[in-house]
Design a protein around this ligand. Sequence first.
Ligand code: SAM
Length: 293
Amino acid sequence: MERGKEPWLGHPSETIGILQKYDFVFRKQFGQNFLIDTHVLDKIVDAAAITKDDFVIEIGPGIGTLTQYLAYHAREVVAVEIDHDLIPILSDTLSAYDNVHVLNEDILKVDIRGMIEKYNGGKKAKVVANLPYYITTPIIMELLEKRIPVESITVMVQKEVAMRMQAGPGTKDYGALSLAVQYYAKPYLAANVPQNCFMPRPKVGSAVIRLTCHAEAPVKVKDEHLMFRLIRASFNQRRKTLFNGLRNAPEVKASQEQIRMAIENCGLSPSVRGEALTLEEFAALSDALIELM
Ligand code: SAM
């Protein structure tokens, strides 16, 4: 029977069939955990709100399961897969879709901005992925920090990482990653996903998180790099007060006196800990320090 454009992957039996047909051997170093649950696939597509206007970049299509769902809902999809053994499989599973381009590349080496220019005339793309967990932070921070024209990033990540991305001040998950992500985007936790939705099963729980990129940063700061140096220094020494954390940090090139005064000028207590500060307060601290340096 000829297969139509409705996605047909997403059940364990279909995945096993494809893996056996091609004698596929999983590569652990590529973080290969393939989705085998149609509810989760629907949730990812819903969370990303994919429409026929969208150009979607998928990172790591695997055997093409999520890719089928994306191709079905989007205008055009580029799927970037590092493992060359998966390329013939993808030609097979995606043969019904003429709106998918598969690239056999390492996403960390791809000119993503150039790709968006080529396929979407520079208009914002949506990034969707069941991410290989070893590249979660590098790829998300690359997209955000370089301000690649992306409307949203909807990704499956380790649950613990999703919790850190969306955490607020004073909570145990709050840290440099929360602030970095929230400076560029608004996080929304779309679903928790148990281990049995993947083949093979990962060791940890997962979650789907959507990061909707801000058109403008939610705070104004004179020197972003200094603000992020302050943030990193504060959380590197989490148990110390903000003052002690900053004065011992090699990346903060200010005197003890300047740090003390900047903290005071922001109306913060000398005994405050970095983990209590909001993004606005870190921005204010960074601006206050610049005035004194
Ligand atoms: N999307 C598929 C699914 O949901 O079933 C597979 C997801 S699996 C967690 C991650 C995929 O990313 C694998 O196919 C792996 O080979 C691929 N991958 C790993 N590192 C990559 C990289 N640096 N660039 C592109 N793809 C990568």
